[in-house]
Write a protein that binds this ligand. Structure first.
Ligand SMILES: NC(=O)c1ccc[n+]([C@@H]2O[C@H](COP(=O)([O-])OP(=O)(O)OC[C@H]3O[C@@H](n4cnc5c(N)ncnc54)[C@H](OP(=O)(O)O)[C@@H]3O)[C@@H](O)[C@H]2O)c1
Length: 215
């Protein structure tokens, strides 16, 4: 697939590299200098390209939003004219800048607010594993298990596309139903941030769903 990434930081680069390794074509955007953007494309490798957010989104089958919350809705509005009918994988978490909590939650979600900013696109919320984990080469694993990623969106086909990409990362995707369920998955991401960085567990943590799978 053609993947346009908005956000060239920890998440944009690590998702970009893992998807590029699986054969996806990546265009990365939204660093605040051309040098940083070029460095991000080089870190992704596999002939990843650079562009503006509009160029990355326009070229893409799937647009990955990997921006800090404070910049997310402006970024979403910027790409809105070129994403009609496209899948937008929202990886963001609406964290306060000091990571002390969430800016919004329980009565709405970051995913739903993004969807309002790009009303003609199919927004899927899937907060990925910790970027430090994804940045490591090789299988995505915590003590031999793939971390889980809950995938929420109102369009079943769009959820399937993101579930495939989450699988390509090496994570264990869970179909978590409609976009409004991001009201519950985003706080789980916040809990992991708290445990990793404020409670001292470190970034080699994740969450997953225990379930009996139909045989
Ligand atoms: N890090 C994780 O482990 C993790 C895991 C799951 C979800 N998330 C979520 O994923 C999103 C991205 O996280 P990240 O760790 O990749 O962030 P990051 O490393 O700080 O990257 C942010 C990217 O956005 C760019 N940017 C453009 N305008 C900006 C502005 N006004 N303020 C700040 N940055 C701006 C930055 O540019 P420059 O390159 O010029 O700085 C950078 O390329 C966040 O919503 C976060 O909550 C993160």
């Amino acid at each position: 697939m053609k993947i346009g990434i908005i956000g060239a930081g920890n998440v944009g680069q690590s998702i970009g590299r893992r998807l590029a390794e699986k054969g996806h074509f990546v265009v990365v955007s939204f660093a605040r200098s051309s040098e940083k953007l070029a460095a991000a494309a080089a870190a992704i490798g596999h002939d990843a390209r650079v562009g503006t957010p509009g160029e990355a989104a326009n070229a893409a089958d799937v647009v990955v939003l990997a921006t800090p919350w404070a910049a997310t809705l402006d970024a979403a509005r910027e790409i809105a004219p070129v994403v009609a009918g496209k899948v937008i994988w929202d990886t963001t978490n609406p964290l306060k800048a000091d990571m002390s909590g969430l800016e919004i939650g329980t009565t709405t979600s970051g995913g739903e607010e993004v969807a309002k900013a790009v009303p003609t696109a199919n927004v899927v919320k899937a907060v990925p594993p910790m970027a430090e984990l994804m940045a490591i080469s090789g299988p995505l694993s915590i003590e031999g298990r793939a971390p889980g990623v809950f995938v929420c969106g109102d369009d079943a086909d769009a959820r399937s596309v993101v579930l495939q990409l989450v699988g390509d990362l090496g994570a264990d995707g869970v179909d978590a139903g409609p976009l409004a369920n991001a009201r519950y998955t985003e706080p789980l991401g916040m809990l992991l941030v708290q445990l990793a960085y404020l409670q001292g567990m470190g970034a080699s943590i994740g969450s997953s769903l225990l379930r009996e799978r139909a045989s």
